[in-house]
Design a protein around this ligand. Structure first.
Ligand code: SAM
Length: 312
């Protein structure tokens, strides 16, 4: 399949995210033994970008741990628009086991990810079945507890077919990190409505751009487009309150959202102090501006997860 220029630019957002994560990891913001397999030789990013990524990764992690604390090992994670995310391997190195982990992205991205996994023993050995095998079926990679599948999230039939490896009744975390803003809002709504109906014991965790209709949002978008990287359409990026309300209309019983200014403040004081010592940031206002353009949202279809909160 030939990708349109628009799709190419969306696929390039994964390269951008992976390189930014690799840069911050190299500078000591957080530990990730696996990101280096997915991005080599990256240029140094600005301090506010590194801190923004730190808040993103730690904020997402905070809620993933809360989800896992409330489940047994039969739970599953569905990672929408997974890109080269290393969450599966990072969790494997902790005591927080996940029974089933399903990653979805465009086939162009999952094929590259599968190729990198197969070439690197440190990645491969963590997904192999007991007999040391992984199965490749229709270009997708499957093992007992890990599935990497190519699909277009705008096509529900495709999504439903690829999610047949998920267990409908299991406690499920659906993760969407910088993904939904690249879908037209009718496609994103259809996807989220389907997931709410299909997984009755589910938490949805999203991290997305929000409130892009100001000068800062415009500069951010221009900057990305100038480098061939897609920038989210303004109309797709809702503010936290509107985003939460929209999720409720799509079948998510309870939904809350916080902008990243709030998430940054909610991180443990000692962690914030440690990363603030890593690099000088003269203009703190820059980080606040950047953080106010991103939001984390948590929505649930089940009371088991109703008490998940920013400060829980
Ligand atoms: N979630 C990863 C992370 O945070 O590191 C990757 C984020 S990257 C900004 C966005 C990802 O969403 C890309 O890998 C892109 O290919 C994927 N994506 C966007 N639209 C998609 C679609 N319609 N179908 C499948 N994947 C899509």
């Amino acid at each position: 399949r030939i990708w349109s220029a628009e799709e190419e630019a969306i696929i390039a957002t994964n390269t951008e995210a992976t390189e930014c994560k690799r840069c911050a990891v190299e500078l000591g913001y957080w530990k990730d033994d696996y990101i280096g397999y997915f991005a080599k030789h990256v240029d140094r990013k600005a301090p506010e970008i590194n801190r923004g990524y730190y808040a993103r990764v730690k904020g997402v992690e905070m809620f993933i741990h809360q989800f896992l604390e409330r489940c047994d090992t039969k739970c599953q994670i569905i990672n929408l628009g997974c890109g080269f995310d290393t969450l599966y391997w990072r969790l494997k190195d902790t005591t927080q086991a996940v029974g089933n982990f399903i990653e979805l992205d465009f086939p162009a991205v999952t094929a590259k990810k599968a190729h990198i996994i197969k070439r690197n023993k440190a990645l491969l050995e963590k997904i192999c079945n007991e007999d040391g095998e992984v199965v490749i079926r229709e270009g997708d990679l499957h093992s007992d507890g890990y599935h990497l599948v190519g699909c277009d999230l705008r096509c529900l039939t495709d999504v439903k077919r690829k999610l047949s490896v998920a267990a409908a009744g299991a406690p499920t975390l659906v993760l969407a990190e910088c993904v939904l803003v690249y879908l037209r809002s009718d496609a994103a709504d259809a996807l989220l409505r389907h997931l709410a109906a299909a997984f009755p014991r589910c938490v949805l965790l999203t991290y997305e751009q929000c409130s892009l209709d100001d000068k800062f949002g415009e500069v951010m978008a221009r900057n990305l487009r100038g480098r061939g990287v897609a920038a989210p359409g303004r109309s797709h990026a809702l503010g936290p309150a509107d985003g939460a309300a929209r999720l409720q209309t799509l079948g998510w019983g309870r939904a809350r959202a916080w902008d990243m200014v709030a998430v940054w403040r909610a991180l443990p004081d000692e962690d914030r102090a440690r990363v603030e010592r890593l690099e000088m940031l003269d203009e703190r206002e820059l980080l606040t501006q950047l953080n106010s353009h991103y939001a984390l949202a948590v929505a649930t279809t089940c009371d088991l997860f109703a008490d998940m909160d920013l400060n829980a």
